[in-house]
Design a protein. Structure first.
Length: 214
């Protein structure tokens, strides 16, 4: 893609140019203790490894400086989507506190051939969920205008959900001044700390709010 080429000089594809590094041993703690049981793994080593990912890879989601209020509002519903195969709901997830407000558009497709809750897939979409990309294609049976074959999902009893990944944070965000991060800043902070969340964790946080609705 254009963006990939734009940042291509920042990427190393040659393993021989990678500086030496030592990966931590999976079943040995930083103190040298060997993990010898499932209980020790769950209680000791697993939390340590998750902490490494949280602080060094994806970033830790901080506690917001002010309580965050989250509201869900169904703004559109179509019980006859794709000629009755599914029900479509467009939901606005409003997120805010005294630092600001943001809204994430969440789309839920539920198969009409299933009684009660249905298993569903949740996707971060590069298509804006406010666009007509999520309308049924008039030319390709069982597909959305963006090409997704949702008719096959519905026929098998699966639901499908989508959030737009740029509603809360741009995929190439560098300033974090207008993203979801701003709601979590204490007074005087304007950029995530080194151990705090970036783009990937912010997208994951948004997906979790969508799951709260489900």
């Amino acid at each position: 893609s254009r963006e990939a080429k734009e940042y291509d000089n920042d990427v190393n594809y040659d393993e021989s140019k990678t500086p030496h590094y030592d990966l931590p041993k999976l079943l040995v703690t930083p103190e040298g203790k060997k993990i010898k049981s499932p209980e020790e793994w769950n209680e000791i080593r697993r939390p340590q490894i998750l902490s490494l990912f949280s602080n060094l890879i994806y970033g830790r989601v901080p506690e917001p400086s002010n309580p965050i209020k989250i509201d869900f509002k169904v703004v559109k519903e179509d019980e006859n989507f794709m000629k009755g195969k599914a029900t479509r709901k467009d939901i606005d997830i409003s997120i805010g506190n005294s630092n600001g407000n943001m809204t994430m558009r969440f789309i839920v497709f539920s198969p009409n051939n299933v009684e009660g809750p249905a298993p569903a897939f949740l996707k971060h979409s590069f298509n804006n969920t406010r666009s007509n990309d999520f309308d049924a294609s008039p030319f390709r049976k069982g597909k959305l205008k963006n090409g997704w074959p949702l008719g096959e999902f519905f026929d098998r009893g699966y639901g499908f959900c989508a959030v737009y990944h740029e509603d809360l944070v741009k995929h190439n965000e560098v300033s974090f001044g207008k993203s979801i991060h701003k709601l979590f800043y204490p007074k005087g902070q304007s950029f995530p700390k080194a151990s705090e969340w970036g783009v990937i964790s912010a997208c994951a946080w948004g997906a979790m709010r969508a799951m709260d609705y489900l």
